[in-house]
Design a protein around this ligand. Sequence first.
Ligand code: GLU
Length: 616
Amino acid sequence: MNLHKFATPAGTGLAGYGPTSPLQRFLEQRHEEFRSDSSGQVASYIPELTRANPKHFGAAFGTIDGHVYEVGDSAAPFTIQSVSKAFVFALALETLGDERVEQAIGVEPSGEAFNSIRLTADNRPFNPMVNAGAIACSGLIRRVEGDGAFERIRTILGQFAGRELDVDEAVYASESRTGDRNRAIAWLLRNYSVIEGDVDAVLDVYFRQCAILVTARDLAVMAATLANRGVNPTTGVRVVSPHAVGRTLSIMMSSGMYDYAGEWTYRVGIPAKSGVGGGIAAVLPAQLGVGTFSPLLDSHGNSVRGMKMCEALSSRFDLHMLNRSGDVRSCVIADYEAARVASRRNRAPHERAILDERRSDMRVLELVGALTFGSIDYVARRLGEAPPRAALLILGLHRVPDVTEAGRRLLADYLDRLGEDGVTVVIAGVAADAPLWRALRDNSPKARLRRFDLLDEAVEWAEDQLVYRYGGFSVAATAELAAQPLLAGLGAKDIAALERLSSVRRYEAGAKIVSAGDEADSLFFLQSGMASVKLPSGVRLATFGPGDGFGEMAMLEGRRSADVFADVASICRELPLDALGALGDRAQVMLMRNLAALLAQRLILANAKVELLTGN
Ligand code: GLU
């Protein structure tokens, strides 16, 4: 929907809606509320961090379509510290694979302080969010990248943030000078071969990584990249795989907030990682990334105001990750049988009779929205309740932007089962190179699948199958003028006269028979071949076969409203409108009646479609 359409002239309309979006207002109001809270202390164990300005408070939300809401000191730089651990862990998984990373580092919450020197019973760090695990992670990157390890980390963190990131040399030097505890941890890890080679070089990578400068906005975009399954929504760059994202978020959920992690998951329920520089990055998968900065820390080392912002977001909008809901039934927007809505292919009366009789042999389900495991299960059950009597199931997916991996797997299994039952499934509205189509085709070996770009093409194809199966194609169509519905009831003499006044025209495949905008001064009757009416945009309005007439709107309108193309080599009889003037009054009235009947038929069909698609 285009919001601008609703703008009122006085400038009070929705056109100026952006700056007052509800999320921006929420951010501003909570910022105003929490900035006066000056509880907590700035970190002091890295001497340089004591210089932080306790008044600083910035926050930002990054959406997965690349918009960033910001408030306060969202552009103020600070050192990323432990927030880097989550992103470097993702990089390690991506670079070395799960197995090598998990051999070196555990995934259990430690129940100990972040800088604890204790290891697990098998002498590994508890998880990658405590210092031991993070130093081990930096060591793993160094094993692969050697002296280029830090640059690799800086580059990847920059890709997460969507810009190049620098290092705060003073903070780096300060921690490097005083970080003996981390040094002790690193040597212990070396003792157990979790770290190999030059311990000081590994520590240097770790200290530098912690001293990378970011802003609250950067953290929001970095978090949004995780929310967006590893693709930075502001740059479109894939930084890590969805698999690494899932693993990383799991660890953030269980161990991201120091000794408050369990409490955080219980109360807030949003995977997050904080750092002693005052930053928090929180991730709402498939929705939002949150970045906050305020250097006043509570006794656990978490930023007081940052936590408040995340807590407020979670409670105000009920965003706890484990408290989700959804109505799977809303994914079906239309569900109908063959006869209710025909394709745009004009059907001869005997074909229509077949489609009418075999109506329950073909079922069309139009789906909408992102499909999930739950919605696919619902669709399968809904179809199971009233199975198509035979044979043709059309799934219209043109309004489906995405199917979750779980949904895709369940759908693939279901398509196999339908294949075994002899049902052909026609997937419509999905491009040939779309990942969804490839996944279904490759993972449903027993399915009987067809695919069309457009729903209308799919319906036409399925109708053809029914017409063919029930002998409809063996009945020869007639192109006699006398058999034209438009000329029904005219006497033999009149028909003969019209025949004389008309001319036979031949068209190559693809030739244009009628152009939109041209003077509408004749009627056409297709004798052989096939022709389609199309809008300039390429949208097909109707397709005609032998025996059909078209261009009859010329009797009502001065100019052609659409193009008509020959789909294959075709022969038409063209009758100039002038010729109709030669008919007597009675015949002319008859002609107008026939025209009205044809239009009424079309209107009835259009109304049925409107009813079906709007539900009223
Ligand atoms: N560089 C800090 C350290 O290793 C990071 C601590 C943190 O942010 O939790 O002690």
